[in-house]
Design a protein around this ligand. Structure first.
Ligand code: KIV
Length: 263
């Protein structure tokens, strides 16, 4: 498919073609995901849970993220690589510049941060300095303690209005991509329709421009999974086939279905 860039994703949004993102943390799985045709790979701070065994992403450090980013970029020549800024690594302007630089020098092509309006200046500063940004709204796992658990966000009209306003603001600040996690389907569709930038959903229904899942979840390796997860190893005989099944299901509009979505 050739190297995927943000322009590829913009074009896919314009054409109404769905794109796929899968998390990876090492070279072997990154190669399999790249070969399965996923347009983007997220080196997610979910590694705190699926690799390190923590019950949240909060213990993950910038050293963890740079290490795993370096592992992933070595074997994913085509997919666009996004790396997560971990908890508290972007609390101040100075920290943000230092830590985003470390991830880009590790080989990431874009960094991801959880938050909306409060990140506007940070996003503008990064973009002005050549660092593309993916923002993340809805259920932002680094704020699990503030939310009182992993709960669907945006269910009340007030919350929904706020998520939409935040999405518009981060786009205006210069973000290139947006992840929406665990929000009602209709809200995610509305935001995806209103924004020019591509929107990736996880537990956000079928109306977003792309879909992302944590690799361990889609391969049926996780102990506890949310309603939006489907085990793509069902009926498959290899990991490569399971990853390909996810990519094909998203592109065909067969995943996610109403049963994987919040109303
Ligand atoms: O860290 C991660 O894997 C993520 C996805 C769940 C979007 O942020």
């Amino acid at each position: 498919m050739g190297k995927i860039t943000i322009s590829t994703l913009d074009q896919m949004k314009t054409n109404g073609e769905k794109f796929v993102c899968i998390t990876a943390y090492d070279a072997t799985f990154a190669r399999l995901i790249d070969e399965a045709g996923a347009e983007t790979i997220l080196v997610g701070d979910s590694l705190g849970m699926v690799l390190q065994g923590h019950d949240s992403t909060i213990p993950v450090s910038i050293d963890d993220m740079t290490y795993h980013t370096r592992c992933v970029v070595r074997s994913a020549p085509e997919s666009l690589i996004i790396a997560d800024m971990p908890f508290m690594s972007y609390a101040t302007a100075e920290q943000t510049m230092t830590n985003a630089t470390l991830l880009m020098q590790a080989g990431a092509q874009m960094i991801k941060m959880e938050g909306g309006t409060w990140l506007s200046d940070t996003i503008s500063n990064l973009v002005e300095r050549g660092i593309p940004v993916c923002a993340h709204l809805g259920l932002t796992p680094q704020s699990v303690n503030a939310f009182g658990g992993y709960k669907v966000q945006g269910r009340t009209p007030k919350e929904a209005k706020s998520i939409l306003a935040n999405a518009v603001e981060i786009q205006d600040a210069g973000a290139s991509l947006l992840v929406l996690e665990c929000i009602p389907s209709e809200l995610a569709t509305d935001i995806s329709d209103k924004l020019d930038i591509p929107v990736i959903g996880i537990g956000a229904g079928p109306g977003t421009d792309g879909q992302v899942l944590v690799m361990h979840d889609l391969l049926g390796l996780s102990q506890h999974t949310a309603k939006f997860v489907h085990n793509f190893m069902d009926g498959q005989s290899s990991i490569q086939d399971g990853l390909t099944a996810f990519v094909e299901a998203v592109k065909a509009g067969d995943y996610p279905l109403a049963e994987h979505s919040y109303q």
